[in-house]
Write a protein that binds this ligand. Structure first.
Ligand SMILES: NC(=O)CCC(=O)C(=O)O
Length: 261
C-alpha cells in the first residue's frame, strides 16, 4: 500500500485558491503508483476563524465534490484532510475520507477543540465517537491534530482493529516536540502505522511545524518532513509488520480490560 502525504502551506481564507493548489499538486504527483493521498487539517481555509461562518461549506459542498472528482480522475483514495463544514448553523472541523470511486466512506468531526488556537469560540466539537473505516480491505482510522493528545480515542480505534492511523494537522512549531513524541508514542502503544500530515507556514502569529511523518508499528520513523518546506512524503506500508510487531510484543493479548477502560 503506497501512501503520499502533501505537506502544504495554506492560503488563509481562500478555499478556491487552495483547491487550485491541490489540483496542481495532483497533476504533478498523483499517479498509478499511489493508493492513498493525505491532506492536512483545514486545508481550504486555515485558521481564518473570524471568516469561517462565511467560508464553511455543506458536507456536499464544492470542496467535497472537488475531492470526489480528483479521487475518480486519479484512481486514488483520499484522506481529504479536514475542512470547515456548516450543518444546522454549527461549524465542524471535519475529516473526509473518499475512496477511488468517489464515494465518501467516512466523515469524522474533530472531537477535541484547541483552546490555544481559540477553536472552541468558533467551532463545535464532534459528537460521534471514532469509527474504523476500510480502504482496499484494510481497517484504518483518522483523528485530527489536537485529538492526538487523547490516547483513549486512538486505543478505541486500535481495539476496532485498525492498522493505520492518519492524522491531518495544523500543529504549531511552539509544541513541535509534542507533535513528534506523541505521534511516535501512539504508533508504539497501539502497534500500528501512524501517518501524519501537518501544514507549514505561518498565520496570525502562529508558525506551524511541518514534520509530517510516517511511523511504523515498532516506532521507527520511516520518513519525516522538513519544518518549513512544502513537500511530498511517500512510503510503502508493509501491513504484515503490524502482525509481526503484535506477535513479538503481544500487548493486545496482555491487556486486562476488567481493571480499566
Ligand atoms: N490544530 C490543532 O489541533 C493544534 C493542536 C495544538 O496546538 C496542540 O495540541 O498543541
Amino acid at each position: 500500500m503506497n501512501i503520499a502525504v502533501f505537506q502544504m502551506n495554506i492560503i488563509p481564507g481562500e478555499p478556491a485558491r487552495n483547491r487550485e493548489k491541490v489540483k496542481a499538486w495532483f497533476e504533478r504527483n498523483a499517479g498509478p503508483s499511489i493508493d492513498i493521498i493525505v491532506l492536512p487539517e483545514m486545508w481550504t481555509t486555515a485558521y481564518a476563524l473570524e471568516e469561517l461562518d462565511q467560508l464553511a461549506e455543506p458536507s456536499d459542498g464544492p470542496t467535497v465534490t472537488f475531492l470526489q472528482e480528483l479521487a475518480v480522475k486519479y484512481d486514488v483514495h483520499l484522506i481529504g484532510g479536514s475542512i470547515a463544514v456548516k450543518e444546522d448553523g454549527k461549524i465542524f472541523n471535519r475529516a473526509v475520507v473518499i475512496d477511488r470511486k468517489g464515494t465518501v466512506v467516512y466523515e469524522y468531526d474533530k472531537i477535541h477543540l484547541v483552546p490555544m488556537l481559540d477553536e472552541p469560540k468558533y467551532l463545535n466539537g464532534g459528537t460521534s465517537s471514532v469509527k474504523a473505516f476500510e480502504l482496499d480491505g484494510v481497517k484504518m482510522g483518522v483523528v485530527i491534530c489536537y485529538d492526538l493528545r487523547f490516547p483513549e480515542i486512538i486505543r478505541d480505534l486500535a481495539l476496532q482493529g485498525i492498522q493505520v492511523l492518519f492524522i491531518p494537522a495544523e500543529w504549531p512549531e511552539a509544541r513541535a516536540a509534542h507533535w513528534e513524541t506523541l505521534s511516535v508514542a501512539r504508533a508504539v502503544e497501539n502497534q500500528m502505522y501512524v501517518v501524519t500530515c501537518n501544514r507549514i507556514g505561518s498565520y496570525n502569529g502562529t508558525t506551524f511545524a511541518g514534520r509530517s511523518m510516517f511511523i511504523e508499528p515498532f516506532g521507527g520513523v520511516l520518513s519525516k518532513g522538513t519544518p518549513d518546506e512544502e513537500e511530498v512524503l511517500q512510503n510503502t506500508l508493509d501491513l504484515e509488520s503490524v502482525k509481526r510487531v503484535r506477535e513479538e510484543v503481544p500487548i493486545f493479548k496482555s491487556r486486562v480490560p476488567g481493571l480499566y477502560k
